[in-house]
Design a protein around this ligand. Structure first.
Ligand code: MF3
Ligand code: CO
Ligand code: CO
Length: 298
């Protein structure tokens, strides 16, 4: 009889590269090994061991997350109508380096600034600019990734400039709820990435909004972007199994109109909604534990 401890694969329909979870020879499988092997045998996508962080690594990411949170708090204290997005970038740079950390965005694949500033119809990856001045009623996402002692923490928040329209405020609120719903799905380990996306998309659609599909959350911690890809839509039970020790972001981008987006050809970065209607996003870095996720970017 085949034991659930054998690393045999169920036949795969897709030809994509699959991870193979193995128990080192001569070692007793742990409870986690047994669960992962069970899912593997049922054709599910499982993580590699390299995605499972040690307690020391998690502590390092937690420390990076503390600085990251302080930065987004500082932005919240100072942001207002009349300032430029370049000023926000300067606050992020100054606070980061004066606390012994490095802004991960600066120079990443050639990105020229220390954070992303995405106003109204800009979905994400907006580039701070001295001529871009915040106005009453704008909604802006500031996305900041902090490296401390080699560990990465990634988070973003929406800021409403003064008072905005009820519809834009609702978009900001629903995007926040989508992040919280993703977090709730992760209130126990051994769930799938597709469970998160499924719940998020359901909430967005119930509120008349759409979910961006071309950009996703991701593993994070030792590098800026690691496996798995965390889509904010999808089918329950699909995507990678999430096990204790995995660190990843959830960062739903919710659009008022169509989910489709385009990239600004002039700068090669700025992602804008196809219909140029507003978009909102919130992001946290999480670590999965035996008892569900802990937020590392509070
Ligand atoms: N912080 C973004 C994310 O959530 C990535 C920004 S990459 C940059 O994954 F180069 F645009 F900064
Ligand atoms: Co991210
Ligand atoms: Co981010």
């Amino acid at each position: 009889m085949e034991s659930i401890f054998s690393p045999t694969f169920a036949p795969m329909k897709d030809k994509g590269k699959r991870n193979q979870w193995l128990v080192p020879k001569g070692q007793e499988p742990t409870e986690m090994d047994r669960i992962i092997l069970h899912h593997q045998q049922h054709g599910k996508i499982v993580p590699t061991r390299s995605l499972i962080k040690t307690p020391e690594q998690i502590e390092g990411i937690r420390q990076a997350g503390i600085i990251n949170t302080d930065i987004l708090d500082l932005v919240g204290d100072r942001i207002k109508a009349g300032i430029s997005t370049k000023e926000i970038d300067q606050w992020v740079y100054d606070y980061t380096v004066s606390h012994g950390a490095t802004p991960a965005c600066l120079g990443y694949e050639g990105f020229p600034c220390s954070c992303c500033t995405s106003i109204n119809e800009v979905v994400c990856h907006g580039i701070p600019n001295e001529f871009e001045i915040l106005e009453e009623g704008d909604i802006i996402n500031v996305d900041c990734t902090t490296i401390l002692n080699g560990y990465y923490a990634d988070a973003s928040r929406m800021y409403v400039i003064g008072k905005t329209t009820p519809k834009k405020q609702k978009l900001v609120d629903v995007a926040w709820e989508c992040l919280k719903i993703g977090e709730q799905v992760c209130s126990e380990p051994y769930i799938f990435v597709g469970d998160i996306g499924n719940a998020i998309a359901k909430h967005a659609h119930e509120n008349g909004f759409s979910v961006v599909r071309d950009l996703c959350g991701h593993g994070v911690g030792l590098e800026f972007h690691e496996d798995p890809e965390v889509d904010h839509y999808g089918k329950k039970g699909t995507g990678m199994l999430i096990v204790p020790g995995m660190v990843f972001t959830i960062e739903p981008m919710i659009n008022m109109g169509t989910w489709e987006v385009f990239c600004d050809e002039d700068d090669g970065w700025t992602i804008v909604s196809e219909d140029e209607l507003p978009s909102a996003q919130w992001e946290h870095t999480f670590v999965m534990t035996e008892h569900g996720v802990e937020i590392l970017t509070h």
